[in-house]
Design a protein around this ligand. Sequence first.
Ligand code: 3PY
Length: 251
Amino acid sequence: MQDFRNRCIERDFIVGTFAAIPHPVAVEVTAQAGPEFICVDWEHSQISRERIEDLLRAADVHRVPAIVRVPGHAPEAIAAVLDAGAAGVLVPRVSTAAQARTAVDATRYPPLGSRGVGPGRASGYGYRMPGYLERANSDLLLAVQIETADGLANVDEIAAVDGVDVIFIGPADLSVSIGATGPAGQEQLHKAIETITAAALKAGRAVGIFRPTADDIGHWRGIGISFYLLASDTMFLGAAVAAGIAKARAS
Ligand code: 3PY
């Protein structure tokens, strides 16, 4: 998995998608369709903590790195998904440098953080523990999500926190938080995305963003955003059904 983290840090163009369907079949279908990584969305789905491990197994079968978007900042949640074998975490609603430091602390073993040692799936249930302990701090990706007005205001301090690998922008929440919704809010939202991107790049971080479709990815690549979460399994399913039905009706 170190290769995945390195590629993200080095700002290779990386495209993944969210897994929101709580079944390994959906992850297997998605993994075989070619994303560079999958992000299991524990925050905004009906996926339970117990099910996450099976979804990570399904991605592993197809050698696709899978990270998890945790529901909040609790170190226990971060430890649980890393112990289950996640290639990293996406931490939502990071609005202050202190919250970013909490995420780093929960993701890294001492001396970089205070993650606890548990014999979970990631370490071969303890059989491969010494090697896992040596590698984990350098292998696991930490992406923090900026999606609030406070996060926008504090972006320089957040991006300066050592151990943050990717500053990930959540445009939907950000637009609501800064009052830039609908077509009238587009310019303000774009300016906010540009501000976050410039600050993160200046601090030497990679920048990521969620996009519901691939239509404007070329534009965002142009300002230096390299890490993409494109839609989700549920969104791709809905779009494919809608396109198929529309085509059938038109024939
Ligand atoms: C957002 O756009 O706010 C997101 O959180 C995407 O998942």
